[in-house]
Design a protein. Sequence first.
Length: 320
Amino acid sequence: MDTILTKIQKLGISLRLYNKNKKDGVYIMDTTGFILKYWFAMPAIKTKNYQSISAFLGFCTFFLNLLKKIKPKYIVCAFDESLGSCFRNKIFPDYKKNREKAPQELKIQFKLCRGFLNLLGINNLASKKYEADDIINTLSINTRKIGLSNTIFTNDKDLFQIIYKNDIWWNLNDRKFNYNDLKNKLRFSPQNLPDFLGLMGDLVDNIPGAPGIGEKTASVLISKYKNIENVFNNIDLIPSDLGAKYQRYAKIITENEEMIRLSKHLSTLAYIDSIENNDGLIERGRVHLNKIDDFLLQTGMNPGQKKSWISQIENLCEIV
């Protein structure tokens, strides 16, 4: 049976998610990590059409609750589809070589999540060449140009580097950092994170860095010299500036300059010219209530949960 809002939409009147938050801020979600959370945490839920929809159900329930809580005017999602095909793999073939590729069952659930977001009028982006972090970096640069601050929903420390004053990095749990928080935590500007990772590397992403230089040493060097260019330019002064034990590190840096520069390049987020620079990409579009009902029916999800989702979506809608 059609609801009142579904009947309204059939008359050609558009609906979108209700905007209560009029603040000039953008919410950008590093979506893949949040879906993976439910993929690992929830048992498989098999339906007539899918081997499992558990990650889809977990993420979309979480996302609807988030929309109800923050009621954003601007929100956009980024997905990762570039494992093994990213431009960084052409520069350094071993980049993220230690990561397992997503099984087909998970890829299907990523596709379901993207389909659901599309029907909600939420733009979501992915690329075979660039990582979600690069997409998020590009979006944040573009929104900053038009005077908007950014709240980044993520668990990824690599995104520290895009946090400027008035921005927020938030894992939607127990960690929430602004620019000053990160500067105090890192002991240097978040924008110099690639310099830091250039020196020490990153085991998670299989970025080598310089052998023998760990987190503490890299932190001291970047705290003192700000970036690797200044480290190289002051290489002879390092022992007198920081102590005799740093003579060994100065030698390591000199011998591994090429690898340090490569590691910084791999750690630096790219700007994607092909992504449009306008607020239409971040502003919510039309909600397709009638299509959402059919879409959820095809997933085979529990009818009671489907009804609950439709009700939540209707409560989040306004006529435009």
